[in-house]
Design a protein around this ligand. Structure first.
Ligand SMILES: *Cc1c(COP(=O)(O)O)cnc(C)c1O
Length: 475
């Protein structure tokens, strides 16, 4: 046996795993006590992680001790109930544990033959998700790394389909010389839509950007005008929940108009698709099932660990034709699900296990309650902060996203001063370690964004956060 193998065998006594469990519990138990924002500086972290690659190895448990020590203060407590920045979900315990086992089992979830259990867990998770979101039974799906790759997967299917309708086989002949495809999308679309289009060979000039109304929604007259402006293969991208105010396009109105023009309709529902799970919010996604493809995230509102996203495509053939791969060593299975037929990755993580676990832990009712709970906390938080002297509500959440702003109190303050003051209050709140927010620009104004997508966020977290913002405003 080579020396390294002997050493690895000797070292492997699971002490590192036991230590990791101990550290995990300590970390989660400390969420209420410790700073939400990372406190370590870049220089400190580089110093701790840095140096040259050591010549000599180390025992696994020692490595874990060192990793934990090096990360100390360098983590944002996004698992905390007082983390409201960007749109970052929490993690359910079952999903966390399933994620650990996924690493231990180390399955290559590319094909059924690579991991039968991973294939079937994923098959079930996909079916459950379609039911949860009210998507057509016949739709195919893929579990990908996030909404970015979900857009990529869905838009690849869209590209294949609209070009086929115009007599072009993109799989065989590629994009060079293909009839130009135009993409119509709202001005509040997420940057990942543009990235996905870029990966697929669309230039920026192929996107027709439609200005949205005051609430961030595309108006039907504007869509009609954009569709009329030219003909040929067309993809329309609509939004179910934008990152600032969770704006939902009126699917009932827009989708029929787009379909009548022969367009493929793709939906960005990174977190907004979850409105479907709630009785009181369901109306926001009325008509969404008539689209052709839907992209959403697992690591946001489903509260599974990073990185998990979901792509759904109505036309299985378009989906499969644009993803499926073959090679001499692939052992395809006619009966079972080979994920490689639906996914852009080849070797891949068995992310179906944690999705299955989360859905199993919550059940339909649990997802509904999680969504409602987050929406209520988001509203309470925005209202509570909005009532403070020196704060102003820009958007009260109708779902889980809201905006507040902190105008500069001096009488001569300009718009730029209000923006700068808002940014400085956000920074000061984050500095307290009590809560964490990110900034954004909405309709030309800087704002603090409030996003609640974590099962942990409690009434006490809401009150504690309002107190922290009040203290900053008074200082
Ligand atoms: C977060 C988000 C995305 C991107 O999702 P990733 O999982 O980060 O790739 C896309 N669209 C919207 C509306 C989002 O909120």
């Amino acid at each position: 046996m080579p020396e390294i193998q002997k050493e690895l065998v000797n070292r492997s006594n699971y002490e590192a795993l036991r230590n990791a469990l101990r550290h995990a519990v300590r970390y989660l138990d400390g969420l209420d006590r410790n700073s939400v924002a990372a406190t370590a500086s870049l220089a400190q972290l580089r110093d701790r992680f840095g140096g040259s690659l050591p010549d000599q190895g180390e025992s696994p448990s020692r490595v874990i001790e060192e990793l934990v020590a090096a990360s100390e203060g360098g983590l944002n407590a996004s698992a905390s109930g007082r983390f409201f920045a960007w749109v970052i979900g929490g993690t359910l315990e079952s999903a966390m544990a399933a994620d650990w086992l996924t690493s231990v089992w180390d399955q290559n979830a590319a094909m059924f033959s690579g991991s039968p259990a991973a294939s079937v867990a994923e098959e079930t998770a996909g079916r459950w998700l379609k039911e949860l979101f009210g998507l057509p039974d016949e739709a195919s799906f893929a579990l990908v790394t996030g909404c970015q790759l979900a857009h990529f997967t869905c838009l690849a299917a869209a590209r294949w389909s609209v070009l086929r309708d115009h007599g072009w086989d993109v799989k065989r002949d590629g994009m060079f010389g293909a009839p130009p495809i135009r993409v119509i999308a709202g001005d509040q679309r997420h940057g990942t839509v543009d990235s996905a289009l870029g990966f697929l060979g669309f230039g920026q000039t192929s996107v027709v950007t439609v200005a949205t109304d005051a609430d961030g929604k595309m108006e039907v007259v504007d869509l009609r005008r954009a569709l009329r402006a030219s003909s040929g293969p067309t993809v329309v991208v609509l939004g179910a929940g934008d990152i600032n105010v969770a704006a939902f396009d009126s699917f009932n109105e827009l989708i029929p108009v787009a379909k009548a023009a022969g367009a493929w309709v793709h939906i960005d529902g990174a977190f907004g698709l979850f409105a479907r799970a709630s009785q009181s919010k369901r109306w926001m996604v009325d008509g969404i099932q008539d689209a052709d493809s839907w992209a959403t995230d697992g690591h946001k509102w489903l509260n599974v660990p990073f990185d998990t996203g979901f792509a759904f495509v109505r036309d299985q053939q378009a989906h499969r034709a644009s993803m499926s791969a073959t090679a001499s060593y692939i052992a395809p299975n006619k009966e079972a699900r080979d994920q490689i037929d639906w996914n852009p990755e080849w070797s891949r993580r068995a992310r179906g296990f944690c999705v299955y676990a989360a859905l199993r832990e919550l059940g339909k009712r649990g997802v509904q309650q999680l969504v409602d709970h987050c929406c209520q906390r988001a509203r309470a938080l925005v209202r509570g902060i909005g009532q403070l002297e020196g704060a102003e509500v820009l958007w009260e959440p109708h779902l889980n996203q809201g905006l507040v702003r902190f105008p500069d109190p001096s009488p001569q303050a300009t718009a730029a001063d209000h923006d700068a003051h808002t940014d400085s209050i956000i920074a000061a709140v984050n500095q307290t370690g009590e809560a964490f927010f990110s900034g954004t620009t909405w309709r030309g104004k800087r704002a603090m964004r409030v996003s609640v997508v974590n099962w942990r966020t409690s009434d006490e977290d809401v009150h504690r956060t309002i107190r922290a913002v009040a203290a900053v405003l008074q200082s």
